[in-house]
Design a protein around this ligand. Structure first.
Ligand SMILES: [Fe+2]
Ligand SMILES: [Fe+2]
Length: 274
């Protein structure tokens, strides 16, 4: 028999079925004529973010750093099937709407847990952070296609609509038991340290710690990714931008942790103009 040609969401549904009842995995594989190895790869892809993203430095960076995203994030997967199901469902829906957001979400989850490791966060908090990173832009599901997929910079009116995505995210995940802390981090990920952000204009440590971490990971991922309307910035330039905005947009205590310990770029290096 030939291999089934399943869509992404069909694969996601099978993974969810297996997550609900692992004893059914072999039966699912038989019914859909899927090799068990291949099915395990789908599970890993859905539950870890899927792509082997390599984080590398350009020549301006102090070190070259290569790490497998999949391995780095597996430790922080939700342990309960309930959370797993919600997470996989939302990721699958988001990926269908907008492949940039899916890749960006993987990156944000990855950078966030790297920061969390250096802060010594406990494993429950790390799990919350990983899920929040993965879901931080899930509210974009509620943003219309012409804004979400626009190949140009957004007008101010469109930007106002886009700013609804943290609220929409809370509508999607906020009432689910066990996800309140995830919701809180996601809701506040566009707050600025000086109070100029949205949706609530919180400042300093009023902003939940996990949201302050997400903000740095989010900005770094966005700056270092090619978009239709602008090319990606170099890693070292994006790091310099974070440092320049420490204390205004970003938490000034977290920026050095990300730049020096995660990216391994000495702050002194950023003072030299390139
Ligand atoms: Fe966002
Ligand atoms: Fe984002």
């Amino acid at each position: 028999m030939s291999k089934p040609d399943l869509t992404l969401s069909e694969k996601a549904m099978l993974v969810l079925k297996a997550a609900d009842d692992p004893s059914q995995i072999d039966a699912v594989c038989d019914r859909y004529n899927i090799e068990r190895d291949e099915f395990d790869r789908w599970c890993q892809a859905f539950l870890s973010g899927g792509t082997e993203r390599l984080v590398t430095m350009d020549k301006e960076g102090s070190t070259s750093r290569v790490e497998s995203h999949v391995e780095a994030t597996l430790d922080y997967l939700p342990s309960s099937h309930f959370l797993l199901r919600i997470l996989a469902r939302l990721i699958a829906v988001l990926n269908q709407r907008d492949s940039y957001t899916k890749q960006h979400s993987d990156d944000v989850a990855y950078y966030s847990i790297e920061i969390g490791k250096h802060l010594g966060l406990d494993s429950d908090t790390m799990q919350t952070l990983y899920i929040a990173g993965t879901l931080h832009d899930v509210g974009k599901i509620g943003i219309s296609d012409h804004i979400l997929n626009k190949n140009d910079e957004l007008t101010s009116e469109e930007m106002e609509l886009m700013k609804e995505h943290p609220r929409l995210a809370v509508e999607l995940i906020g009432t689910e038991e066990g996800l309140q802390d995830v919701s809180k981090a996601v809701y506040h990920h566009h707050e600025n340290y000086d109070g100029s952000g949205y949706p609530e204009g919180l400042a300093g440590e009023e902003i939940p710690l996990l949201a302050r971490i997400l903000a740095i990971a989010d900005a770094f991922s966005a700056m270092t990714t090619d978009r239709p309307y602008r090319p990606a910035m170099r890693v070292v330039d994006a790091a310099r931008e974070l440092v320049n905005k420490a204390g205004t947009q970003f938490d000034p205590k977290l920026v050095p942790i990300f730049v020096e310990r995660v990216l391994k770029i000495p702050l002194s290096k950023l003072q030299e103009r390139s």
